[in-house]
Structure formats: C-alpha cells, structure tokens
Design a protein around this ligand. Structure first.
Ligand code: ATP
Length: 232
C-alpha cells in the first residue's frame, strides 16, 4: 500500500533520507521509529508528494507519487507534523474547505462529513476557531481532515507529539479504530507508541533504515537500542 524504493533526499551535503526502501502491506500499522532529525518527516513529505526526492521512488496503492500524483493523493490521508493552526477559521469552515479540495460533495459528502465529525468527537467544537482549541482537539481536527475523503492509506507524522497523557491516550484510541479499515504509516520517536499501535516497525537513523521487525522482535534485538535514542 506504501512502497518506497531507494528513496533519497539531500540538502546540500546532508543526506536527510538515504536510500530508504520501505513497504507497508495491506492492513499493516507500520511504525517509522527514530530520533529527532532521523529523516522521518522528510520521508513522509516525499511519500505525500510535497517534496521531490533527489532520487528513488514512492508509491501509494501502486500509484507513483511523482508520475501519478492525483491518484496517489486520493489514496492517501496525511497528518503533517504539528497541529493545524488556521487561526480564526472554525473547525466547520476548515473541514468544509478540505471537503471541497478533496471533492467530497453532495449528499454522500454531507453524510461523510457528519460521520467523521462524530467519529473524531468534534461535534461540540464545530463552530469554534481552531486556534482556540487545545492541542489534543487540534490534533483530532488534523485526523479528521486526513480521513475525510476516506482514503485506504493513512500517514501520520508524530500524531501524539506534544500531547499530555490523556490526550495521547484518546488520539491513540482513535488511530486504533482507524487501523481496522486502513493501512497506516506512523512516525514516532516513542517506543511505547510502537508497542501501543504498530504491528511492524522500521527503525531509521541518519536517514537510513536500520531494522525492520515486529515490535516483539525489536524488543529482543536490544542491540538496536543503542542506535536510536528512544524516549518515553
Ligand atoms: P523530527 O522528529 O525532529 O521532525 P525527523 O526524523 O522528522 O525529526 P527530518 O525533519 O526529516 O527529521 O529532518 C532530517 C534531517 O534533514 C535533519 O538533519 C534536518 O535538519 C534536515 N532538514 C530537514 N528539512 C530541511 C531543509 N528544508 N533544509 C535543510 N535541512 C533540512
């Protein structure tokens, strides 16, 4: 569902992502685990089609992200790092705008809008400006925009970063529910998040893939623990 082949991005002499070959199979929740600066966001921005690779390819549901960007973007819901901060725009205005951009319209579109609002438990804040919401609620708005067009694949960049323990728990529960119908790639620097959500994990440091394992195998392969600075 997500495949990268030798995906590489250089900034001058820095290789932020270095020949990254990844595969998220249907139904999988694949964790991309690595410390700050490992190259997770850069890899995700290339997979989402927002950043051109220096070399290599990325595919979403078989669609090459550079050659067939419309089909690839249609198949993918993407939560960028951080929460949306559309200042004065209300949740309803923002999600209506995303619905138009994503061509989620008509009666079906209205039903989908209501379904997503209800699933993300955003009914009570629909008419509040996004800038006034807590970080946890803003992250839920971010998740809502990612799933509005009902994509089969989701890519979430550090979805619980900066949240307090209660907010983390509630966002993880929502992601867990989403994983029942989707393939998900989640970036994180938290080992506990991999254990809570993922059934496979790719470890990345200095832009390179160090290991690709199940969380249980990862636990046993303690030799990798020195290579990535995990934090709880
Ligand atoms: P974090 O969790 O801190 O976001 P990350 O794993 O997502 O870390 P990236 O943001 O992908 O890491 O950054 C990978 C490397 O690329 C870092 O060394 C970063 O400084 C560098 N980098 C990212 N974007 C740029 C840019 N636009 N110009 C120059 N260097 C960049």
């Amino acid at each position: 569902m997500i495949e990268t082949e030798q995906l590489t991005r250089c900034y001058g002499s820095l290789t932020a992502v270095d020949s990254l070959t990844l595969r998220a199979e249907p139904g999988q929740v694949l964790g991309l685990l690595g410390p700050n600066g490992a190259g997770k966001s850069t890899a995700m921005r290339m997979i989402a089609g927002f950043l051109a690779p220096t070399s290599g390819t990325a595919r979403v549901c078989g669609h090459d992200v550079r050659r067939n960007p419309v089909a690839a973007k249609k198949a993918l819901g993407y939560l960028p790092e951080g929460a949306p901060s559309y200042g004065e725009m209300t949740v309803r205005e923002f999600l209506s705008f995303i619905a138009r951009v994503r061509s989620v319209g008509g009666d079906k579109g209205y039903r989908r809008f209501d379904e997503v609002i209800s699933r993300l438990q955003l009914e009570e804040v629909l008419d509040q400006p996004i800038g006034m919401l807590s970080k946890g609620l803003r992250r839920r708005v971010g998740l809502a925009q990612a799933i509005l067009h009902n994509p089969p694949v989701l890519m979430l960049d550090e979805p619980t970063d900066g949240l307090d323990p209660n907010q983390k728990h509630s966002v993880r529960m929502l992601i867990d529910a989403m994983a029942r119908q989707r393939t998900i790639l989640i970036s994180t620097h938290l080992l506990e998040e991999v254990h809570a959500l993922c059934n496979r994990v790719a470890i990345i440091a200095n832009g390179r893939l160090l290991a690709d394992a199940t969380p249980a195998e990862l636990e046993r392969q303690s030799r990798y623990h020195g290579a990535v600075s995990f934090s709880a």
